[in-house]
Structure formats: C-alpha cells, structure tokens
Ligand binder design. Structure first.
Ligand SMILES: NC(=O)c1ccc[n+]([C@@H]2O[C@H](COP(=O)([O-])OP(=O)(O)OC[C@H]3O[C@@H](n4cnc5c(N)ncnc54)[C@H](O)[C@@H]3O)[C@@H](O)[C@H]2O)c1
Length: 256
C-alpha cells in the first residue's frame, strides 16, 4: 500500500485527487490537509501531492523536503526561477554523498498531468523542424486569469528550441501594419494566440505550415478527470525517480 497525503485537499484538484486515490486498491489516503490544518498529519506518508496555490506551494514544499517526504507538485507557477529555488531546496544536501544523498526526498513538479497534453507538446517539438511556420492557439474557459497558458508558453519554447536546433529562423510573416495583439503574444519567437470563451475547458492547437501543406496538432481537456491518470502515475512512480528534483511526467511516460 502506498500511503498518500494531499495538500489543498478541499480544492477542485485536491478533492478529486482524494476521491481518485480512495478508489485505488494499492493506494491509501492517509491525510487530507487544507488551510488551517496541521501539516503534521502528512508525517509517515510515502508521497504527498500538492494542489494548493502558487503563493502557498513553496512553503509547503520546503516543509515536505525538510520532513523527508517524496512530493508530487501540481500547483502552477513554476517558472525557471521557481524551479531553481525548488532544486536548491531539495539539494539542500548539496555536497552530500553516498547514503545521505540517496536518502534525499524526490520532488516531482508536473506542469501538466494530462497525458494527451504532454504528448501534444512532444509531437509539436518533433514536428517543428520540418515546417517553416509554427503558431500556437490556446483556448480556455473565461475564468482563466493568465494568458497565455503555461502549457502554451512551454509548447512555444519547445518549438523554438527545435527550430533553433534545425537552423530555422523566424517564420515568414509579411505583416507591416496591425492592431495591437492581432498577431498574438510572441514567446521565444513563436506567436501564441489566446482565446477565452465561456463553455470551453482547456484546449490547444499547434499549427505548422510548410510547402503546400499544414499539420494541426490539437488537444482537448474536457474534464479535470483528464489529469488523474497522470497524477496516479506520478504517485506510483515517484519512488523510482532519482533523489532530488524531476520536472514533468515525460520520464515516467518513457518519453525522456
Ligand atoms: N499540473 C496540472 O496539470 C494542473 C491541473 C489543474 C490545476 N493545476 C493547478 O493546481 C492548483 C490548484 O488548482 P485548483 O483548481 O484545485 O484550486 P482551488 O483553489 O480549487 O484549490 C486550492 C486549495 O488549496 C488550499 N490551500 C491554499 N493554501 C494552502 C496551504 N498553505 N496549505 C494547504 N492548503 C492550501 C485552498 O484552501 C484550496 O482548498 C492551481 O495552481 C492550478 O493552476 C495544475
């Protein structure tokens, strides 16, 4: 039995994680912690899952690492600086060798638990070097506060790196006059367009264009349930990762 604790247990994601963990024969939900609860309840867990808020997560993570707990982090807001901070936290044992280093906890930060979204990004990265044009369109529910989405920004960065590796410059674009925003935001040289529409959940298209052909890679998240197989994979797989920080599900999916 893998003993699981949830931070942010009363939230939309944390609540669903609790429900999902309870339904699995090999997992035991031993702690559900939200604001006002003691984190002490997490002691003794094999793995803690954090779905709280960008403002709360680093303090939680520091506590979990100090307590030697393997931690899966789904909370958003992990840009480069924050990832470096997380790496530093978990390698607080820098310089340790042998047994001490091996006993450091594992921290798995997963920007997107949807297997389909991870594959979409990977396919976009693979395809990018074969097309002279690449743009990203992300479409979300009207309650989303940030634009572009973290997934779209990450996709654009992956496409840009692949293009650069293939010696491709900016895509062709004859625009000389435009209304502000008409060509979207530019992330690492790749145009990213954000649609906010009542009725949508989370969707993204990667548009690639070349000589007389286009390729569209589309992913649709229709329900928060789409994140649960990835969460379960992380909960079951974290102990197999090397001590320290791992980012993304790719390794556990065999895509690394
Ligand atoms: N990685 C992914 O695939 C993925 C998918 C969906 C959402 N998210 C992210 O997960 C996070 C949570 O999303 P949500 O929709 O469940 O939010 P939510 O607001 O519904 O839930 C957050 C919960 O965390 C609790 N919380 C806040 N501070 C806390 C603390 N210090 N200790 C314990 N609990 C605390 C809140 O009381 C709330 O119950 C967000 O950052 C969101 O962007 C990530």
């Amino acid at each position: 039995m893998i003993k699981v604790g949830v931070l942010g247990a009363k939230g939309r994601m944390g609540g669903l994680v609790g429900q999902t963990v309870r339904s699995q024969g090999d997992l035991e939900l031993v702690a559900e912690v939200d604001v006002g609860d003691s984190r002490g309840a997490l002691t003794g867990c094999d793995v803690v899952v954090d779905f709280t808020s960008p403002a709360a997560v680093m303090d939680n993570l520091a506590w979990c690492v100090r307590s030697g707990l393997n931690t899966v982090v789904g909370t958003s807001g992990f840009d480069g600086a924050r990832l470096a901070e997380a790496a530093e936290l978990v390698s607080g044992a820098a310089g340790q060798t042998g047994e001490a280093a091996a006993s450091r906890p594992r921290v798995l930060v997963v920007p997107n638990f949807s297997v389909g979204a991870v594959l979409m990004m990977r396919f976009a990265e693979q395809a990018a070097r074969f097309f002279e044009s690449a743009e990203v369109v992300e479409l979300h529910h009207a309650g989303k506060v940030d634009a572009p989405s973290g997934t779209a920004a990450r996709t654009a960065a992956m496409i840009a790196a692949a293009r650069e590796g293939a010696g491709l410059g900016r895509g062709p674009d004859a625009t000389t006059t435009q209304l502000d925003g008409a060509r979207g935001a530019v992330v690492a040289g790749v145009h990213v367009h954000s649609v906010r529409l009542a009725g949508l959940v989370a969707h993204q298209e990667v548009l690639l264009g070349g000589h007389g052909e286009t390729l569209t890679i589309r992913h649709d998240s229709l329900d928060r349930a789409s994140f649960m197989p990835g969460v379960l994979m992380a909960v079951r797989g974290i102990a197999s990762l090397p001590p320290g920080l791992t980012v993304g599900l790719e390794g556990l999916l065999g895509l690394a």
